[in-house]
Design a protein around this ligand. Structure first.
Ligand SMILES: Cc1cc2nc3c(=O)[nH]c(=O)nc-3n(C[C@H](O)[C@H](O)[C@H](O)COP(=O)(O)OP(=O)(O)OC[C@H]3O[C@@H](n4cnc5c(N)ncnc54)[C@H](O)[C@@H]3O)c2cc1C
Ligand SMILES: NC(=O)C1=CN([C@@H]2O[C@H](COP(=O)(O)OP(=O)(O)OC[C@H]3O[C@@H](n4cnc5c(N)ncnc54)[C@H](OP(=O)(O)O)[C@@H]3O)[C@@H](O)[C@H]2O)C=CC1
Ligand code: HEM
Ligand SMILES: [Fe+3]
Length: 462
């Protein structure tokens, strides 16, 4: 259904004349933009250093020299790299009063002291410079932009010029987003250069967690038996140890998704107001919770896959077969232990339920799903079911640990099992959250979040 509204203006415009636009530069981006504009009913005139018509250029477009092309339209798209802008000063006469659209990107963040668009405005003070299109790739223009790349950030000092450009953006079936004056250009130019900014912290954190727990387990399970029993357990590095490291990373990261909310609540209680800014690290942490959660989900997936292959591992089949024959020879039977069966089944069940809710959290974070639920529903899944996920996964690990939990026999070189360490953060988060939802604490917190201030009489006049 949505598609019809999207294609509607396209079909209408192709039969309608939209006026002439000029494009400087016949490179990849210039040609893609020209083709798209021709499809949408514009007449396109290219400006080029060698105006012989190339077979690559879209059919129906005119190609002239830069100065001739500039005279054909009052709006000019510069699809040229910033490094080549200097020749434009020779055209100052024709470019005066025209709208110049700067689409350029740089190779590095803050490569130049000023943004490319501001540099262009300095070169040609008589022209109206508008920044736009730099986040749209030549490929997306041609292949029918995907949802995410439909947005075109636009900024400029002249309002009329900016509106003209935004009209063209709409005619091309894209969505313009007004970002204000040309001062915003440097930020807009940084967008396409950022490499997953929100993923950086989760990525480094999980790398650190994995490396730490991997070596921790190697010391306990490979080096220790080698030193004391001269046993070669190195094969454990392939599956056994990763199947500790990955679930531990999943559990820790999941707990770290909910820790900042708890810290924020404590901070609000302590300050007695919600009108003071959180420290930057907390702000940033809050903003990348989604990414932390998705990385955690990835690790949980790995844990499930590694767990599924346990029964077909050579080592496991060997141990089972060996045990059976040893028992047959000595004519002894292992008695069935109901409590062990209960422990084993209940930790598995908790793991499965925890994983199910984990996946549900992941599904609701897909834009198509989160757009379809209202704010309360989304909050319900992310916050309430999220805590339930954390409870299930923590209980899964606690019961897996079972009775042997803190007994000294499990220490090797004074190091407890890895999951004991992994349980510290999740248990802390759950205990703190439990305290926060106690009626007396929760009442104060709710009042603070509704705008009440403990010292309101003193600070009202601020
Ligand atoms: C797999 C997975 C996917 C995820 N996907 C997403 C995602 O797509 N998007 C996303 O944002 N997070 C996502 N997360 C992160 C996480 O689930 C959410 O950030 C979640 O909302 C955090 O829960 P919280 O209870 O700590 O929330 P908080 O925001 O800390 O809120 C705690 C409670 O306090 C209340 N509250 C908080 N601040 C105020 C206030 N100023 N005024 C009044 N009441 C307030 C809230 O109503 C809430 O009940 C994901 C996590 C995982 C594991
Ligand atoms: N490719 C993409 O997906 C995107 C590109 N951009 C921006 O668009 C601009 C153009 O990119 P793109 O088309 O990929 O680059 P190309 O190198 O393919 O094209 C640049 C064009 O600039 C013209 N030009 C003018 N003067 C010079 C000169 N002195 N030396 C070399 N070329 C010159 C040339 O056209 P002629 O030979 O006709 O004179 C050339 O074809 C850049 O600023 C880029 O950052 C922005 C978003 C996406
Ligand atoms: C289908 C779901 C799941 C199943 C079947 C499952 C099963 C298991 C099994 C069999 C073990 C023991 C591994 C071993 O003996 O080495 C284990 C350990 C563990 N699981 Fe799960 N699990 C599931 C989901 C989860 C989830 C979602 C989490 C948390 C995010 C989690 C966290 C852990 C942790 C921390 C350990 C202890 C790791 C160790 O030190 O050995 N599990 N799980
Ligand atoms: Fe971050």
């Amino acid at each position: 259904m949505e598609k019809t509204t999207d294609t509607f203006p396209l079909t209408m415009n192709s039969s309608e004349e939209q006026g002439t636009v000029c494009i400087f530069g016949t490179g990849d981006f210039g040609r893609s933009l020209g083709l798209k504009m021709l499809h949408c009913g514009y007449s396109v005139v290219f400006g080029s250093r060698n105006p012989q018509k190339s077979s690559l250029l879209p059919k129906g477009a005119e190609v002239l020299s830069y100065s001739e092309a500039a005279q054909k339209s009052d709006i000019i798209f510069l699809t040229i790299h910033r490094e080549h802008y200097d020749f434009l000063t020779e055209l100052t006469g024709v470019l005066n009063g025209k709208i110049l659209v700067d689409v350029s990107n740089n190779l590095k963040i803050n490569q130049y002291p000023e943004s490319n668009a501001e540099y262009l405005a300095q070169l040609l003070p008589g022209a109206h410079v508008v920044k736009a299109f730099n986040t749209i790739s030549a490929w997306a223009l041609q292949s029918g932009a995907l949802d995410a790349s439909r947005q075109v950030f636009v900024c400029g000092n002249n309002n009329k010029a900016k509106q003209r450009v935004m009209d063209i953006v709409r005619t091309l079936g894209l969505t313009p987003l007004d970002q204000g004056s040309l001062k915003a250009a440097s930020e807009i130019e940084n967008y396409p250069l950022q490499l997953f900014p929100m993923w950086k912290f989760p990525f480094y954190l999980s790398a650190v967690l994995c490396v730490f727990f991997f070596f921790y387990c190697v010391v306990r399970e490979v080096i220790y038996p080698y030193v004391y029993e001269n046993k070669d357990n190195s094969f454990r590095m392939a599956i056994s140890i990763p199947n500790r490291v990955f679930p531990i990373a999943a559990l820790t990261l999941l707990a770290l998704v909910y820790l900042p909310g708890v810290i924020a609540a404590i901070l609000q209680l302590y300050r007695g107001t919600k009108y003071r800014r959180f420290p930057d690290w907390l702000d940033h942490w809050m903003l990348c919770r989604k990414q932390l959660g998705l990385v955690a989900l990835g690790f949980a997936f790995l844990h499930v896959l590694y767990t599924l292959v346990i029964p077909i591992r050579y080592y496991v089949r060997w141990r089972l077969g060996n045990q059976t024959t040893t028992q047959a020879i000595s004519k002894k039977e292992n008695p069935f232990s109901t409590s062990s069966a209960w422990l084993s089944d209940s930790y598995m069940a908790l793991g499965i339920l925890g994983f199910f809710l984990f996946v549900l959290l992941g599904i609701t974070s897909l834009p198509s799903v989160s757009n379809a639920v209202n704010w309360r529903e989304f909050r319900f899944v992310q916050s309430k079911l999220g805590y339930l996920t954390l409870i299930f996964c923590t209980a899964h690990t606690l019961i897996y640990g079972g009775k042997k939990f803190l007994s000294p026999s499990i220490l090797r070189w004074c190091l407890p099992s890895a999951y004991v360490i992994a349980l510290i953060i999740p248990c802390t988060v759950l205990v703190l959250k439990f305290i926060l939802i106690l009626p007396c604490v929760n009442k104060t917190l709710t009042r603070i979040r509704q705008g009440w201030e403990r010292h309101s009489k003193v600070s009202n006049w601020h």
